[in-house]
Design a protein around this ligand. Structure first.
Ligand code: UD1
Ligand code: CA
Length: 451
């Protein structure tokens, strides 16, 4: 059997009026990825080889995002927003090329899984002409209702057009539909706009297909994955469901989450088995953590790689470009940006290490600061292996410290330090015997005279 070809059309032209935002609705993010990005990701995993995205006019940021994530996708502009069927037809050049399956998905329905998309396609492969993904919900308000008779899908009724009785139906339209390619264009073209909103409803394709004697099937998905986002509150509850999915995924993979509800993931967080995550940890985009690492409480990581056996936090901040090799230690109130730590290197307390490399086994003392920025340019600090930087040292970049260097506490290091050298970047201590007592006597006399 040859694989069936598939065109997927993602509708993303809506203004998102109910979001009250200047951003196109589908550019709002879940897990740090725009809503439409989630749909693109699911389609890529489900193996749809052609993807069309329908955008509104002047949506250059949305288009740029789509082309960045899915270079093979094509964007089409829907000039006037006349409804979901009208939007699907904006991708007419894509529809003109034959495909066995034509899927229509909504850019505001981000949590649909590749498995569910495959399920809809399977129904088409089994001979359906039109497949609609529905779901049962206790809160049907705002959704189109799936009207069935003896298990057949007869019609979809939009909230505004539904009768009292139809509104009591709890089987709802997710918006995801599969057309047998041979019928797709003619069904979409047959949709009219005689309804409460005066829009061309994609959902009307169901009644039209039935009138033509075609086979129309409803498929059930879960409410979590089919929820659509129209409001900020729905965005927040979708984010919560997404986080739940990520936490569950991490635990299924063999990670320990001491308090799962307090750990927040990015859509691309990559954890190996046997990572342990303590309470209140936030992952921004682009983090990879290797097995045996421990992320301690109240840490914030983004764009960082944590090597096996490393311990980060509590209260650590890893920013983009932080790369920690095996068994490193990044402790409380340490910020690392664009800096590598070799195996076993440590910065345990109160430091800023930016635009730097720290060799394996080196120890960065409390309060060490790499001065990487002069107000105009960034400069690098390079520290060799097995070095010791004493507490409260200031490393003024560009500067190089060789292997085995020892920097005395409180130093300001402005010049390179050769391997195995001892560097003092501060004035020598002087001790004046008995002079503290003399000073105290003098100060007391002055105070007595004044009172
Ligand atoms: C739609 C469905 C409803 C379903 C619900 C699921 C229709 C008529 N209604 O309602 O049955 O239960 O989704 O979430 O299909 N869009 C365009 N151009 C347009 C109009 C919409 O591209 O002219 C896009 C939007 O960007 C959005 C999607 O289509 O991604 C759905 O539009 P929206 O207005 O949110 O429809 P709902 O009222 O939620
Ligand atoms: Ca919607």
């Amino acid at each position: 059997m040859t694989a069936r070809t598939c065109l997927s059309i993602i509708l993303a032209a809506g203004l998102g009026t109910r979001m009250k935002s200047s951003l196109p609705k589908v550019m709002h993010e879940i897990g740090g990825l725009p809503l439409v990005g989630h749909v693109l990701k699911a389609l890529a995993a489900a193996g749809s080889e052609r993807i069309a995205v329908v955008t509104g006019p002047e949506a250059s940021a949305l288009e740029a995002f789509v082309y960045k994530q899915a270079p093979d996708a094509r964007c089409y502009v829907q000039q006037d927003r006349l409804g979901t069927a009208h939007a699907a037809l904006a991708a007419r050049p894509a529809l003109d090329i034959d495909a066995d399956d034509v899927l229509v998905l909504f850019g505001d329905t981000p949590l649909v899984t590749p498995e569910t998309i495959a399920m809809v396609r399977q129904v088409l492969a089994d001979g359906a002409d039109l497949a609609v993904l529905g779901f049962e919900t206790g809160k049907p308000f705002g959704y189109g209702r799936l009207l069935t008779e003896d298990g057949r899908l007869v019609a979809i009724r939009e909230e505004k057009d539904a009768s009292e009785e139809e509104r009591r139906v709890t089987f709802c339209n997710s918006g995801i539909m599969g057309f047998a390619g041979r019928n797709a264009l003619s069904l979409l073209e047959a949709v009219g706009n005689d309804n409460a909103k005066g829009e061309y409803y994609l959902t009307d394709a169901v009644e039209i297909a039935n009138a033509r004697g075609l086979k129309v099937v409803a498929v059930s998905g879960t409410e979590t994955e089919t929820q659509g986002i129209n409001t900020r509150a729905q965005l927040a509850s979708c984010e919560a469901d997404f986080q739940e999915r990520m936490r569950q995924g991490a635990m299924d993979k063999g990670c320990t989450l001491l308090a799962p509800q307090t750990v927040f993931f990015s859509h691309d967080t990559h954890l190996e088995a046997d990572v342990l995550i303590e309470q209140n940890v936030v992952f921004g985009p682009g983090v990879k953590v290797a097995g045996g690492a421990r992320i301690r409480a109240f840490s914030h990581l983004e764009g960082a790689v944590v090597g096996p056996g490393s311990v980060v936090g509590p209260y650590a901040r890893l920013r983009p470009g932080a790369v920690l090799e095996a068994d490193t230690r990044i402790g409380n109130f340490v910020e690392v940006k664009n800096a590598t730590f070799g195996a076993g290197a440590k910065a345990n307390h109160l430091s800023y290490v930016g635009d730097a490399s720290v060799g394996s086994g080196s120890n960065i003392g409390a309060g060490t600061i790499t001065c990487n920025y002069d107000g105009f340019l960034k400069h690098r600090t390079e520290i060799g292996a097995g070095s010791f930087v004493g507490s409260n040292s200031t490393l003024v970049a560009p500067v190089k410290l060789g292997d085995g260097v020892f920097v005395a506490a409180g130093s300001v290091i402005t010049d390179d330090v050769l391997p195995d050298a001892l560097a003092f970047g501060r004035s020598r201590q002087s001790v004046k015997e008995g002079q503290a007592a003399a000073l105290r006597r003098r100060l007391k006399a002055e105070k007595d005279r004044k009172s």
